[in-house]
Design a protein around this ligand. Structure first.
Ligand code: TRP
Length: 355
């Protein structure tokens, strides 16, 4: 495995030139312009003073957090990953037939475990397969890249260690592609973030490119709340880990035993809301900034939202960004959906931007 430290644009161009002749895996690391500790400390400081207090979810996924999240996906109550995997297993060959031999670009790839079905379908129907996983977690990404190379030597893997919202310029260079956003990651965006994301993604994609989007569907409250409150307490530990990470990296001295994990479904907003509630008064030290913040007992910090979708609303909404629906894959209980979308040749956005 090799690594480059040039500018992001230069790196991807160089790597792409080699992509079809090279083999094995390459990792492109994010630019070192921002100091990661300053970035984490600043984001935490501004999140703690906003109303409601909230943290950016990209900080959930350090090495410990990524490993914990992998365990969350294996909990019996967490139906999302299992359901999405079964949909992928049943339809990977069909997806490949519909898209042709395009490069797979996965945003927020994590362990890449689910992608296995797609890689196999791509290998069965073609000679050369190029897979570009993009993830903020260096440990998850490098683990996934080595595992894929060991298992499928014919797959060219170009791992991109970026926050995927910064990887749009890469997408335009990789066409023809199938962009993957799985695991209900889109549900973790606020409505405004989601619109901005689809607008930018659509702009970065070439007409005809494919987009495979995993969405969790609105369902019974008890099923949803159980999925985010597993009995073994793994999700609660995942919530606590972001504070343990502050202790490790920012010297925060937070008592993680004073954190309760709270996850409830808001029926009006159709979203799960995940909070850490502090049972005792806390002082958060943020050493890189030389600042501290007092959090009174009973106060909550929002860790994440996970929005749930209805097909009848989300499909016309996606149309507004130039994505037409080619196929809808779902499970027999209609709990989860994988949408195969295609970037239309021309679209006139109701949101004021025509291309
Ligand atoms: N994308 C996942 C989801 O929305 C993320 C997730 C699952 C999560 N469980 C969590 C995030 C618990 C924070 C806390 O289902």
């Amino acid at each position: 495995m090799d690594a480059f430290f040039a500018s992001p644009e230069q790196q991807i161009c160089r790597t792409l030139l080699e992509a079809y002749s090279g083999h094995g895996s390459t990792i492109i690391r994010g630019s070192s312009e921002t100091d990661p500790l300053q970035d984490f400390a600043r984001s935490t400081a501004s999140g703690l003073v906003s109303a409601p207090r909230r943290l950016e979810c990209r900080f959930l996924y350090d090495a410990e957090g990524s490993a914990l999240f992998e365990r969350v996906t294996q909990q019996p109550e967490y139906y999302l990953t299992r359901t999405e995997t079964s949909i992928l297993a049943a339809n990977a060959a069909c997806i490949r037939e519909l898209t042709g031999p395009v490069t797979l670009v996965e945003l927020g790839s994590g362990s890449s475990a689910k992608t296995d079905f797609l890689l196999r379908a791509w290998l069965e129907q073609g000679e050369r397969v190029c897979y570009v996983p993009v993830d903020v977690s260096e440990s998850a990404l490098s683990g996934a890249c080595s595992a894929i190379t060991a298992k499928y030597p014919r797959v060219r893997v170009i791992g991109v260690n970026y926050d995927f919202r910064e990887a749009f310029s890469l997408i335009s260079k990789l066409s023809p592609t199938l962009v993957l956003l799985l695991g209900s990651t889109i549900g973790n965006f606020s409505p405004q973030e989601m619109s901005r994301f689809f607008m930018t993604l659509s702009g970065a994609m070439t007409p005809g490119d494919g987009f495979l989007l995993g969405i969790d569907l609105v369902k019974d409250r008890s099923l949803l709340e159980a999925a985010y409150n597993d009995a073994a307490g793994v999700t609660a530990n995942f919530t606590r880990n972001i504070f343990a990470r502050m202790n490790r990296e920012l010297g925060s001295a937070i008592d993680t035993d004073a954190i309760e994990h709270v996850a409830t479904y808001d029926r009006v907003k159709e979203q799960i809301e995940i909070y850490a509630r502090f049972t005792r008064q806390q002082t958060f030290l943020l050493a890189p900034l030389g600042r501290q913040f007092a959090i009174p007992p009973g106060d909550m910090v929002q860790i994440e939202i996970s929005r749930k979708f209805r097909l009848e609303r989300v499909l016309p909404y996606l149309e507004e960004f130039g994505f037409s629906t080619e196929e809808i894959f779902t499970d027999e209980r209609n709990w989860f959906a994988l949408l195969l979308l295609r970037r239309r040749p021309r679209y006139y956005s109701a949101r004021g931007r025509g291309r």
